[in-house]
Design a protein around this ligand. Structure first.
Ligand SMILES: Nc1ncnc2c1ncn2[C@@H]1O[C@H](COP(=O)(O)OP(=O)(O)OP(=O)(O)O)[C@@H](O)[C@H]1O
Length: 913
């Protein structure tokens, strides 16, 4: 292979694979491996970096190209055809037919602006989700330059030799050249039943996905280990061909969005109803000209159809997603943000999530003697201690500083005793760690003698031991009394929160065929006990959960006492928790489990197999709790899928769990889950804030109209159609958006989780919006209106139409109403910033965007009132300065009243406690 050589074709080479391709053009799996190496100009050692780089240039990155996004035109067209927009189209048509083309034009502008706005928001939301892949770079192990290297999967090229191991998501199409694996082809075939793929398997009949020696991009390895020769990458893979993943990021509507959609329709119906009711009242009771009444009815309808609500919520969720990614929690669905906020229970692993996963051996017991793991200088270990060190060094897949910490720590301990086994030259076979058996064994040839070395959970190891090694290196039978003594010694270590590994061995005469045959009649060598300190930030995060009414259930594969001790150390439990072991769990009926998990109980699950986690998730959900569950291994995937929020570990977790999870923690840290819950609560709160804000204007808009109607026209209409439109679709938009970015309110994590059944728009919200903020605003606004009219000498029933002497005063009065509503909405915006706390607690100026939004609101209103051509369009005329100054009082009155209301509520709640 030379750097300047011609590009290497992925498959075709005369006389080899090329001539044996299958009918659909794929390589023929029947060709021997040697032919494949030739065809791909590679070898068992893979490529060198220079060649790989060159091929990357030739074949491109190993990525699935996304289907092109919808173009702007189509996106806007979609928004223009949105059902709520259709309502506006009807209104525009009616306005046109009724002979008010100006209004029809205004409505068209509204439709266009809304469509544009919604498209921008949706795009931003989509981008936020797509950008998440940056936070979760996928990596793969390939053999290059004569050694195994980790590279980004996008850089895999045809000819690479790829390592495939349990939990990996396979990232290219490849031919197995060594080993065998269980794979889940669901992404390709839809079949989720795992299939066996082996380098030596005879290829099956049928399409390439049935070939028993091929693996494919996008499928998951559920077990085993293999090496594979990559033959297709990127869009040339089977997956690329069917383009299953090349679609846009899937987006299902979240419950919140569904609720809001329903609310939007309800309000639209109310708006239409209001328009319909107004028309006859305007014409018959108030004697309005039919055309004016019609125009006003349409205006009322247009102003109140909440067409911007849904995209705004989508954007708020997307902003939440982006914020979460920054704190280390990558969520894969927008709706997850919202679910997170209502989390009732977090089921968490222990190792690595609550603890640092940095193990250190602190005690060793061999031949009945407890040793300090650090030997005195020059000390020579006795034969039993040495045998133990040899066993843990051999039965180990870590390198000195790299690998599973449960393996690194014993390896370091053995090295301190002068025992190492780098590269395991004598290893003949391996039974990898099995989380259900809790054992790992290797068969090692040491100086011509074949040994089985086993390490694992002490009770699992002891159950397979019949003998024990004594200090002088002799074997003696393991009697019951000694068994009890050993168990007590293990218990003493576990009770201090230590992880204990039992170690044993057996002399073999030949390679055992099956695991059960090998792991029996062992000779017990002793145990090592390790500490794994809790992460420093965890106790505070646990305390935060408790004040937030969120329960934490520890679910671990570790010993019950170890689990309980760590749970106590980090504050998850306070007294003696109920410790339920995996065996007890398996024997339990679903009802009993539900009862056990009922609220208020302190439960720790220990020695639990990953499969049992599924039952825990199910029981909690059956108790109507919203469950977040962590996991890292392949077998955790079903439980993660079953939980409301499956949480995978980004660092130590497997690709398979990451795939199954809703949220991936880039730092594996429990505290990040809690931060994510807080973020979820904040997003939900903010959605309520802007709904409150945009609902509040309804009262000051509708009450003047009621006054007009009830007075049978003696009081003129205090607001014109276009002025209503200017408020609802102009001045108010930016402050509403800014409320979606509010910082968290103090006390966010001091209240219990929201119930699943809670509605985002509920009675108290409506009462506050319409009955409190809205009503105060309506009173102020009407006061301003009447002040202007009365100062001009108006009396009820006096004509105010065009040409009447009072017409200019009437224009000033409607302008005062318009400005009054704007001013009140400024106060409402500040009030809406908090639901419970005082604004001082969050900081009056802490939401910069809102300040800009309000500046825009005031600027926009000033233009409408101040610029002569706009005055003509909107029918405005600036009132006298002496009246205008009244407006300055409106925001503080509205806001202050709400501050008092909140203070009173806080006081009431406080005295209830
Ligand atoms: N590499 C290993 N070799 C042998 N035994 C192991 C190994 N890793 C863990 N064990 C044993 O198996 C038990 C369960 O381990 P497992 O990996 O299932 O739990 P875990 O996932 O680390 O714990 P947690 O669920 O708290 O994260 C451990 O307590 C230990 O006794």
């Amino acid at each position: 292979m030379t750097e300047s050589g011609p590009p290497v074709p992925a498959v075709p080479q005369p006389g080899s694979v090329a001539q044996q391709r299958t009918a659909d053009g794929g390589p023929d799996p029947r060709a021997p491996v040697s032919d494949w190496y030739v065809a791909l100009d590679s070898g068992p050692d893979g490529l060198d970096s220079a060649e790989a780089r060159r091929r990357l240039g030739t074949y491109g990155r190993n990525e699935l190209r996304r289907q092109r996004r919808r173009g702007w035109g189509r996106e806007v067209a979609r928004q223009v055809g949105h059902p709520l927009a259709l309502l506006l189209w009807v209104a525009a048509a009616l306005a046109w037919v009724a002979g008010t083309p100006a209004l029809a034009g205004a409505i068209l502008v509204v439709i266009a602006l809304n469509a544009l706005f919604a498209s921008v928001q949706e795009r931003q939301a989509e981008r936020a989700v797509e950008a998440l892949s940056r936070y979760l770079p996928r990596r793969a192990r390939v053999h290059r330059d004569g050694r195994w290297q980790e590279i980004p999967t996008a850089e895999i090229v045809p000819g690479d030799v790829l390592a495939v191991a349990e939990g990996d998501r396979i990232s290219a199409d490849a031919r197995l050249v060594e080993g065998s694996v269980e794979v889940d082809l669901a992404a390709l075939t839809g079949e989720s039943e795992p299939v066996h793929r082996s380098a030596d398997a005879p290829p099956g009949e049928g399409g390439p996905s049935e070939a028993a020696n091929l693996v494919f991009s996008g499928t998951n390895c559920l077990g085993g280990q293999a090496r594979a020769l990559v033959h297709a990458t990127g869009m040339r893979t089977e997956l690329g061909r069917i383009a299953a993943l090349s679609q846009r990021v899937g987006r299902e509507e979240s419950p919140l969005e569904k609720q809001v959609r329903r609310v939007a329709w309800l309000i639209a119906a109310v708006a239409v109803g209001a328009g319909l009711v107004f028309f006859p009242i305007g014409v018959f009771a108030a004697g309005m000209p039919i055309g004016d009444a019609f125009a006003f009815a349409i205006g009322l309808l247009v102003a109140n159809v909440p067409e911007g609500l849904l995209p705004t919520i989508t954007l708020a969720l997307a902003v939440g997603v982006r914020g979460l990614a920054r704190v280390g929690a990558v969520v894969k669905r927008l709706s997850a943000v919202e679910t997170l906020g209502s989390t009732d229970v977090i089921c968490t692993d222990k190792t690595g999530t609550l603890t640092e996963n940095r193990m250190r051996v602190v005690a060793v017991r061999a031949a009945g003697e407890l040793h300090d793991p650090a030997p005195e200088p020059g000390e020579r270990p006795d034969p039993a201690l040495r045998a133990l060190a040899v066993a843990v060094a051999a039965c180990n897949n870590a390198e000195r500083e790299r690998g599973d910490p449960t393996e690194v720590a014993p390896l370091r301990f053995a090295a301190d005793l002068g025992v190492t086994d780098p590269g395991h030259p004598g290893r003949r076979a391996q039974f990898p760690f099995d989380a259900t058996l809790r054992l790992m064994s290797t068969v090692d040839d040491h100086a011509g003698t074949l040994w089985l070395h086993t390490k694992g959970a002490p009770e699992a190891v002891l159950a397979r031991c019949t003998r024990v090694l004594t200090a002088d290196g002799a074997d003696r039978p393991l009697d019951d009394a000694y068994r009890r003594e050993l168990s007590a010694a293990v218990t003493a270590q576990a009770g201090q929160g230590r992880r204990v590994l039992g170690v044993a061995r057996r002399r073999l005469d030949g390679l055992p065929a099956r695991r059960a045959e090998a792991e029996r009649e062992l000779s017990f060598l002793g145990f090592v006990a390790m500490v794994d300190p809790p992460r420093p930030e965890v106790p505070a995060a646990v305390a935060r959960c408790h004040t937030a009414g969120i329960r934490i259930v520890m679910v671990t594969g570790d010993h019950g006492l170890t689990a309980a001790a760590i749970a106590r150390q980090v504050g998850i439990v306070h007294g003696e928790p109920t410790v339920v072991t995996g065996d007890q769990l398996d024997a339990m009926s679903p009802e009993r489990l539900r009862e056990l998990l009922a609220r208020g109980r302190e439960v720790v699950f220990a020695r639990v197999s990953p499969e049992a986690k599924l039952h825990i998730a199910e029981a909690l959900r059956a108790n109507h709790e919203v469950v977040a569950m962590t996991g890292d291994g392949v077998n955790d995937a079903p439980a993660l899928r079953r939980a409301d929020i499956g949480v995978a570990m980004g660092r130590t977790g497997t690709d398979v769990t990451r795939e199954a999870a809703t949220m991936v923690l880039t730092d594996d840290n429990f505290a990040t889950i809690v931060a994510a819950v807080a973020a979820g609560r904040r997003v939900y709160d903010n959605v309520r804030k802007f709904i409150l804000y945009i609902f509040a204007h309804a009262t000051p808009e509708v009450v003047p109209f009621l006054v007009f109607a009830l007075s049978a026209g003696a009081v003129p209409l205090p607001l014109t159609v276009l002025q209503i439109l200017a408020i609802d679709l102009g001045t108010e938009t930016l402050p509403a958006l800014a409320l979606g970015r509010e910082p968290a309110e103090p006390g966010l994590m001091d209240r219990p989780p929201r119930r699943r059944s809670d509605r985002v728009v509920d009675g108290p919200l409506l009462a506050r919006a319409w009955g409190f903020l809205g009503l105060i605003s309506a009173v102020l606004v009407l006061a301003g209106f009447f002040v202007v009219l009365l100062r001009a000498g108006w009396r009820p029933g006096a004509p105010t139409g065009a040409g009447a002497p009072l017409h200019q005063a009437y224009r000033e009065a409607t302008t005062m109403t318009f400005l009054g509503i704007v001013a009140c909405q400024v106060g409402t915006a500040f009030a809406a910033r908090t639901e419970h706390a005082s604004l001082r607690a969050v900081g009056v100026f802490s939401n910069r965007l809102l300040l800009w939004g309000i500046a825009f609101e005031i600027g926009f209103a000033a233009l409408i009132v101040g610029v002569p051509p706009l005055r003509e369009v909107f029918g405005t005329r600036p009132p006298e300065p002496a009246v205008l100054v009244l407006l300055l009082a409106y925001p503080p009155i509205v806001w202050g009243a709400d501050e008092l209301r909140r203070a009173a509520r806080r006081h009431q709640q406080h005295s209830l406690i």
